[in-house]
Design a protein around this ligand. Structure first.
Ligand code: E4P
Length: 223
């Protein structure tokens, strides 16, 4: 299972990478905008932090411009996967791009048919927007389950990268679907890893040791 951080904040990503097995970074124009840095300078910094892939989204809406941006982004590094929204123009671009050379993440997926067409067109990753579906009284997890079924049934190579995740419960339910990748905001990454009972257990281990041994060292004498 690949784990990505959905952020463009270099300091935050560095902190998370100190203790979490993060494979790479995902960004979109909204995430990039919050950093207020020139794009290509920021991408250089994010590439260093992306052990596997850095998923970077195009900004154009028209097929020909999307294809040009995909070429430009790909020319920076083979580690960059080009994210393209599955609009009509976006799907047309994915269909035309040599996806064996330029890897594509089909993004902003809200339906099974969008996912299927993107997989057929050659996308390497499919990014369903889980929370944005939940917020309109549909189920993001259900869509992911259906996508997983169709991809496995037709043996497409595309991996699902679950995106737009807003709760730890969504993380748990998505893990159970067997998705191959997931991208989490720093907040959800912290929330779903930290547990007060883990912290309490560690504190009790310390108290029990201190009640018997003279020093907090492995070779300490008993009191
Ligand atoms: C990641 O690839 C997506 O762009 C991101 O998860 C979208 O999430 P949002 O719904 O929080 O904007």
């Amino acid at each position: 299972m690949e784990l990505y951080v959905d952020s463009a904040n270099v300091k935050t990503i560095k902190e998370l990478k100190k203790w979490l097995p993060i494979d790479g970074v995902t960004v979109n124009p909204s995430i990039i905008s919050t950093e207020r840095k020139p794009l290509f300078k920021l991408l250089d910094e994010l590439l260093v932090l992306s052990d596997k892939y850095l998923h970077v989204q195009v900004i154009s809406a028209l097929k020909e411009d999307i294809i040009k941006e995909a070429e430009r982004l790909h020319s920076i590094s083979d580690k960059i996967i080009v994210k393209i929204p599955v609009s009509e123009q976006g799907l047309a671009a994915i269909k035309e791009i040599d996806t064996a050379r330029i890897k594509v993440t089909a993004t902003a997926i809200f339906s099974l048919t969008q996912a299927l067409s993107a997989a057929k067109a050659g996308a390497s990753y499919l990014a369903p927007y889980v929370s944005r579906l939940d917020s309109i009284e549909q189920s993001g997890v259900k869509l992911v389950k259906e996508m997983k079924y169709i991809i496995d049934k037709h043996q497409y190579l595309a991996k699902i990268i679950a995106a737009s995740i807003k709760t730890s419960n969504q993380v748990k339910e998505l893990l159970k679907t067997g998705v191959r990748a997931m991208t989490l905001s720093p907040e959800i990454m912290l929330q779903s890893h930290r547990h007060h009972l883990t912290d309490r257990a560690v504190a009790i281990f310390r108290e029990d040791w201190d009640s018997v041994y003279k020093k907090f060292e492995l070779d300490s004498e008993v009191k």
